[in-house]
Structure formats: structure tokens, C-alpha cells
Design a protein. Structure first.
Lengths: 242, 592
């Protein structure tokens, strides 16, 4: 935590370093694919499969899924810009079996909201192209919807829904390649998400934590993984100092 | 937020498995701690059940009494405790037990695994509760079965059967275990030790820790010894066994004559059913015993005495050829003998071995004497008269007792001479009566003893009373002669003046009754002289264990044969006629 605070202070001090620059305010949105480890929740799924008396199958296991980014960035000094950052990502898993007599499913839809600051460092610029190192950091708020349902001959035998949550901090370094055309910039990005592995609580009961029944270990959030996608931004304010 | 929700990950796929839901209905089998459609209880008991159906898993079982569910079991087995009235639980009566069992279907589907799909089995029984009921199985049938003894019993109808035990006893005291059977449905066995004897069987049923006992008597037939004469010197013994599979063999024994017990004479295999007993003793009753030896005798029959007692049969018989029905045989001098059967006198030629003549009377008569030449036959009839039959004249006359003594005295000892003169005895009186002239010649009543028997000489002048006393008849007086301290055989029928006396294991002497001179002396080694056949020139004598026939002229031993006699007195039971010995029982034996 101390390291994160020090990094934040360093970024905020960057505008003072370069006194001559063209200030711009841009709004960007990104759409990409995100792949997360979800190691703890995968353990839960495996335990469920192992405990089932019939041959259900893991047909989805937190695959790469779409993520959505939103950022408001101000170029504070030459080659450095910073701003607000928001990311939404959702993926899921399903254990399933269906036959003539009924259906069983164990679903998990995991969603994550990340918000914080983003820092961009321009390292290479040629004409309209620009390469930037990015670093986003802040807080995340995750939700996990677990649903188990067993239906036999049109009779629901089991129908349980549980909602869990978890909060923590994240750190997402990355690289962006941009092309500017007038006030519009488009580009590609690639990042790697790192987050603090925190406990997962029942939504309405902070004392109830998600645990591995086989060994009693607490299940932790694990959004770690690569992201890639397309980003586009538009300069909404363009003014000069000096 | 709505945007976020709309962007949530969507799970779409399902994993569908195509399962064949058409499976064959399994065959179920239920194991119970009772074996009947109707279970009987008389004490606190448990109903235990366990169901199988070709490997199918059972989701639940339900136990009902009179359609009321008293228990649900989530497995394939269960146990239910029931106590009858006496124990303040279920009243005496008849109940319906029902067990429902629901198995999985075996398809492997979700419903199958979840216990929502399967086969329902239903079993029902009748339960009878009566706390005074006797659950002991009784014997149903004990019978011959293909050379063995089959034992059948009723099924034990209660719960928690442990075993049946079949026991056997012959006296009710010692018991022998035939078998223990742990299968409740096995209801018969064979007794490998049984050969037909009287036996007591007991069935013990162990169940619920309690011993139930019943017993039954059974007696069949041990091999019965039968005896028939085989020739004139042997018996043919025969027997039949109904349990030959259980028999090891037979022993043939003959009773000892002079002490208790039997002498073993043969041991035979189980396959034998006849035996020829040769050279049996003549002139005495023979007792033979067949002892059957079982293959598997009960342990308490280890000693020979018990086996003889339970496994033996006896039979008696007389060696010889049956010639007459019965009666004393009289052998006068000549070639024919005389005997009486019922109300007929028979004359039997022993050369031709044919009956040559007979005479019958409708009175109740008995022969008591025959003259030495066989012409006169004397006896009494109707206990009131003498009868005399003249064989040559074929005349039958009667003389009332009163005609001789003036009273109805009973005359039971007498003898008659060739002349028709007879010596009679009534009480202590001696009467000499001439049946030809119907004249009482002499009498004497001053003796103080009754004669043992009476013999008169062929000429009617001398008689003997069995006590070594000899008498001479002179005119109308009876004169006692000096004693002769030798054993008396008889007067010589060929010489009326001679008396035949002998010394046991010494000699026979022909002695003149007046002068006491001896005309002949023949050495013999017999204790008793039975008979002298003057025609054939043979003497029949015997020791205690042997008949002996001597040549009358030389004294040589001609023939001997086993017998047994307890007396050394002359009894006139045996008569030698040429080459045949006749016994008063009618049996005869050839001396060849």
C-alpha cells in the first residue's frame, strides 16, 4: 500500500517537470478482451464437479471476455498525460448436465469494476503515430453471482442463488500504439492486470467468506491476466500555455 | 448500472447427454430373517429385511403394518422390532406386513441419480402374533425311503432361524445327534444309523436364542429272523431288511443250552439274506438269533450287549422232519408204530413210511399204553372208562372205571401185556385186570406211594413201578420181588422172563427177573437208554449232548448226533425205528 501511494505522488508531480507543452483534454473509450486467472473460483468449480453424483461437465471456465474502458485524460506536460480511469469486465463459468429427465447447472458470473488514475508516458512519436506506456491503478469492486439449479422432471429440486463481493486495489501497466487524425486518436492497447488478492464475502454478510470446502482455505479474488483491445479518444479541449 | 448489467457475461451452452431411458426391469430378491409367507411371533422379535436387485441401488424402503408406515430406511436393508401382547406391544392377531422398496433406474440419468426415477418393489406377508403360540416344528413324516429312513419336519415359521438339529434315542435317556442343518428351508434328512429298531426322534430348532423341541416315536421292522426246516438236520434261516443302505452285516448266534448267552456261529455280509444252519441239535428246541450290525450305530450303542438288545431277533425251531402232528409214539415189537392225533389212532409202517391203518372214535380218548406186540391199545375215554382196541380183531371196547374198583377213580398210569392183562393204578392202589376176560385178577392197596410209571412184561406176569420195585402176579396176589439196583429200561418183549437193565456209561444187561442171571451184557457209553429196536437190532441211547445208536448184537457205535438233555431218566420221548428216530413232538431224523 505504501508503494502505491509513493507512485501516485510521483505521477502527480510530473506536470511540474516540463514547463512547455500543449495541453489537451481527451475522452477515450476502449473495447477489448480480457483474460483472468480466477484461480480460486476455478477451485470452487472443481470441487463442485467432484462432489456431484452424476457426470456433469465444466463447459465454460472463465474464458476471455469483453472489457470496457473509459478514461478522461489531461496532457499535463510534454509526453505525459494523466486522468481518470474506469474499467468493467465480466466473465463466467458453468458446470452443466442435461438429459431427458432434467437439468443441472452451477453458474458463476463474475464482474469487476475498476476505477482510479491512468498515467500515460509517450516514448516514441513519428508524425501521427505515438507509442505510450500506460499505468492504471486504483480500486476494484467485484461481484460474483453463483447459482445452482437442479430440475428433475419439471420439478425444481434445488435452486440456490448467492451473491458475493470483494474489494481491493489493482495495478495495470500497459502499452498503447496510437494514431492521431485531427482531434481523433485511435489505437491498440495491451495491459496486464495485477490486483490485491482479497477475501470474497457474502453480499449481505461480511462475516461469511467464500472458502474451499476441501481444505478450509479462503477463496481470493484473482483478476490477474492480460488484456488487449482497441481504444479511441477524442480531444474535447485543446489549449496552449506559454 | 443498466449498461453494466447489459454487459455482464452471458452463459449460454448446456451439456446435453443422450441417455437411453429404456432399461430392463430388474429382478429383485429380498432376504428376510423368516422364510414363510406367514410369519408367526410369540415373543419380542425383529423383522429384518435386505433387498437386492441386480446391483441396483435402493433409494429407500418403507415398512408398513396394516398399511401404516412404521419406518423408512434409506438403504437396501432394515430392521423392525415387534413384541406380542404379553410384552404390551402388539395385540394377538393377524397383521399384514408390507415392504415397499424403491430402487434407482440404472439409466444413469439425473433423475436416476437424484432418486426420482427407478423401480418400486412391493412385498407383503401375513404376520400372526400370539404370545401363547408354540413355534416348535413337529415331525411331519418318518418313513422308509429307498432302503433308508427319511425324516421330514415342518418349517420353522418364526424369525431369526439358526438351525435344526435332529437327535435320536433308543431309550429316551441317551441321545445321539444325527445332523445339524443351518438352512431353514431344508426340511428332511436321512438317519444313517437306523435299521428298523424302536427309536425316539427329537427335533430341536434354535431361533431367537431359544431352543424349541419336539419328538416322535418311530418303530419299523428290524430284520426278522425266520426259520424253516431244511432237510431233517438243518434250518434255513432267512430275513429281510428294509434299510439295507444302513446295514454293515449280520451275526448269527445260537443260544447256549446250559447257561445264559449265545454262541456266535457266523458273520455275514449285508448282501446276505439267508443262511443254512446245519447239524442242529435234535430232540431239543433250538433258539437262533440274528443280530443286525448297523453301519453307523449311535455312540451309546458301542457295547455288544446294547446292539443285541435293540438289533436282534430270535427264532426257535426243532431239528428234524415233521412226521406227525404231535403225541407220543408207541413202537411195539414189529415194523409199525402207533400214535394218536385228535380222535384217531394211526398205524404207521416205518418200512414203507406210510400210514397203513387207523381207527377213530367220537369219544374223548387218550392212549396210555400199547402191548409189546402192538395188538392191544389201552387208554381211557371221557374220563369215565377204559378203552381197549384189539388191532388184530379191530374191536373197540370200553370198561367203566366202576367195574374195576367200584368207584370213578381216575386212572392215569397203566400198561398192558400181549395177553391183554394190564396193570392199572388209581391213587395208591395197583390193579391187575384182564381186558380179554374182563376180570380183575388181583389188586393191592397197601403201598404208600404212587408209581412213577408202570411197565408190565409181555406175558402179563411181572410189572415194574418206576422205583426199582418189581412185582410178580401170582393168582390173585401181587408179590413184590427183590430190588435190582440197576437202571430199568423195560421188560424184554421177546422174553417175558427177562428184564433189561443198564448202568449208565457201562452196559446193558438182559437179566432173568427171578434168577437174576444175565443172558447178555452189551457195553455202552450212554447215560440213558431210550429205545431198543429188536427188529433192526439197534439200541438208542444218549448222553447229555449226544444221541448214540449201538448195534444190539455187537455193542458197536453205529451213529451219533448232537442233542441236549437235562435229564438222564428214561422218558420214552425218543423211539428208534430202524433208521429213524421219532420224537414225541412228531419230528424225526434219519440216522444216516
Amino acid at each position: 500500500m505504501k508503494k502505491c501511494k509513493l507512485l501516485l505522488a510521483l505521477i502527480l508531480a510530473l506536470p511540474v517537470i516540463d514547463k512547455v507543452f500543449a495541453q489537451q483534454v481527451s475522452v477515450g473509450i476502449g473495447l477489448g478482451m480480457c483474460k483472468s486467472d480466477m484461480s480460486g473460483l476455478k477451485t470452487i468449480n472443481q470441487n463442485v464437479i467432484n462432489s456431484l453424483p452424476f457426470g456433469a461437465k465444466q463447459i465454460e471456465n472463465f474464458p476471455a471476455a469483453r472489457e470496457y474502458n473509459l478514461e478522461l485524460v489531461v496532457s499535463l506536460v510534454n509526453r505525459y498525460s494523466a486522468g481518470f480511469y474506469y474499467n468493467f469486465f465480466s466473465t463466467g463459468s458453468r458446470i452443466s448436465l442435461k438429459d431427458y429427465s432434467g437439468e443441472f447447472s452451477f453458474d458463476n458470473i463474475s464482474s469487476n469494476h475498476s476505477f482510479g488514475l491512468i498515467n500515460k508516458f509517450s516514448v516514441v512519436g513519428r508524425k501521427a503515430f505515438l507509442v505510450q506506456f500506460t499505468l492504471a491503478l486504483g480500486f476494484y469492486n467485484s461481484t460474483f453471482k453463483l447459482a445452482e439449479e437442479l430440475e428433475v422432471y419439471d420439478t425444481v429440486i434445488v435452486s440456490d442463488d448467492y451473491k458475493f463481493k470483494s474489494q481491493g486495489m489493482f495495478f495495470r501497466p500497459g502499452v498503447t500504439v496510437l494514431y492521431s487524425f485531427k482531434s481523433i486518436t485511435i489505437g491498440l492497447y495491451g495491459t496486464y492486470n495485477i490486483n490485491t488478492h482479497n477475501d470474497i464475502y457474502l453480499d449481505d454478510d461480511n462475516n461469511s467468506k467464500l472458502t474451499d470446502e476441501t481444505n478450509g482455505d479462503k477463496i481470493k479474488t484473482d483478476w490477474g491476466g492480460f488484456q488487449y483491445g482497441v481504444i479511441t479518444s477524442i480531444n474535447i479541449i485543446n489549449f496552449k500555455q506559454k | 448500472m443498466l449498461i453494466c448489467y447489459s454487459c455482464e457475461y452471458e452463459l449460454k451452452d448446456v451439456y446435453y447427454v443422450d441417455i437411453d431411458q429404456n432399461v430392463n426391469s430388474p429382478v429383485s430378491q429380498i432376504d428376510l430373517n423368516f422364510a414363510t409367507d406367514t410369519v408367526y411371533l410369540n415373543s419380542p422379535s425383529t423383522i429384518e429385511f435386505n433387498i437386492h436387485a441386480s446391483g441396483h441401488k435402493f433409494n429407500w424402503m418403507k415398512f408398513y403394518i396394516n398399511n401404516i408406515n412404521y419406518g423408512t430406511y434409506f438403504s437396501n436393508s432394515g430392521i423392525f422390532q415387534i413384541s406380542p401382547t404379553y410384552y404390551n406391544d402388539y395385540k394377538n392377531g393377524v397383521y399384514l406386513i408390507k415392504i415397499e422398496a424403491f430402487s434407482n433406474s440404472g439409466t444413469g440419468s439425473i433423475a436416476d441419480v437424484a432418486g426420482a426415477e427407478g423401480f418400486l418393489f412391493e412385498y407383503t406377508w401375513v404376520m400372526v402374533i400370539n404370545d401363547e403360540m408354540n413355534l416348535a416344528p413337529q415331525f411331519k413324516k418318518i418313513s422308509r425311503d429307498n432302503r433308508k429312513l427319511s425324516i421330514e419336519w415342518e418349517l420353522y415359521k418364526g424369525t431369526n432361524f439358526e438351525y435344526y438339529e435332529i437327535l435320536k434315542s433308543n431309550d429316551g435317556n441317551e441321545w445321539f445327534s444325527i445332523c445339524k442343518i443351518y438352512d431353514q428351508l431344508t426340511l428332511n434328512t436321512f438317519d444313517p444309523s437306523y435299521i428298523g429298531e424302536k427309536a425316539i426322534y427329537r427335533i430341536i430348532t434354535q431361533a431367537n436364542g431359544v431352543l424349541y423341541s419336539r419328538q416322535a416315536d418311530y418303530q419299523d421292522t428290524i430284520p426278522q429272523l425266520r426259520l424253516v426246516n431244511f432237510g431233517d438236520k438243518s434250518f434255513k434261516l432267512s430275513w429281510k431288511s428294509y434299510f439295507t443302505d444302513n446295514i454293515a452285516g449280520y451275526k448269527i448266534s445260537v443260544a447256549k443250552n446250559n447257561e445264559y448267552g449265545y454262541d456266535l456261529i457266523a458273520t455275514l455280509p449285508a448282501s446276505d439274506s439267508t443262511y443254512i444252519f446245519q447239524n442242529g441239535k435234535f430232540g431239543t428246541e433250538s433258539e437262533l438269533m440274528l443280530t443286525t450290525i448297523p453301519k453307523n450305530a449311535p455312540s451309546y450303542f458301542s457295547d455288544d450287549f446294547n446292539q443285541k438288545w435293540y438289533y436282534s431277533t430270535k427264532c426257535k425251531g426243532n431239528i428234524g422232519k415233521k412226521s406227525f402232528n404231535d403225541g407220543i409214539v408207541y413202537v411195539p415189537y414189529g415194523n409199525r408204530l402207533i400214535y394218536q392225533t385228535n380222535n384217531t389212532i394211526f398205524f404207521y409202517d416205518y418200512d414203507s413210511r406210510l400210514k397203513t391203518d387207523s381207527v377213530s372214535s367220537n369219544t374223548n380218548f387218550h392212549i396210555l399204553a400199547v402191548s409189546p406186540d402192538g395188538n392191544y391199545i389201552l387208554g381211557y375215554e371221557d374220563y369215565t372208562s377204559f378203552f381197549i382196541y384189539d388191532a388184530s380183531a379191530r374191536t373197540w371196547r370200553t370198561v367203566p372205571f366202576t367195574q374195576i374198583t367200584g368207584s370213578l377213580n381216575y386212572y392215569y398210569i397203566m400198561d398192558i401185556s400181549n395177553t391183554g392183562v394190564a396193570i392199572l393204578n388209581a391213587d395208591k392202589g395197583y390193579y391187575v385186570y384182564d381186558f380179554v376176560s374182563n376180570n380183575l385178577l388181583a389188586s393191592r392197596t397197601d403201598f404208600d406211594y404212587i408209581p412213577l410209571y408202570l411197565r408190565i412184561s409181555a406175558d402179563g406176569k411181572y410189572f415194574y413201578n418206576g422205583y426199582n420195585y418189581y412185582f410178580q402176579i401170582e393168582g390173585n396176589t401181587i408179590k413184590q420181588l427183590p430190588d435190582i439196583n440197576l437202571y430199568f429200561y423195560d421188560f424184554n418183549p421177546c422174553n417175558p422172563e427177562e428184564v433189561i437193565v443198564y448202568t449208565p456209561n457201562g452196559s446193558i444187561q438182559f437179566m432173568n427177573i427171578i434168577t437174576r442171571s444175565i443172558s447178555r451184557s452189551i457195553p455202552i457209553s450212554s447215560e440213558v437208554i431210550h429205545n431198543i429196536d429188536f427188529n433192526a437190532g439197534r439200541i438208542l441211547g444218549s448222553t447229555k449232548n449226544e444221541f448214540k445208536v449201538y448195534d444190539l448184537n455187537t455193542g458197536n457205535l453205529i451213529w451219533s448226533y448232537p442233542t441236549y438233555s437235562q435229564t438222564n431218566f428214561v422218558s420214552y420221548q425218543f423211539q428208534l425205528c430202524k433208521d429213524v428216530i421219532y420224537w414225541y413232538d412228531g419230528y424225526s431224523i434219519n440216522i444216516e
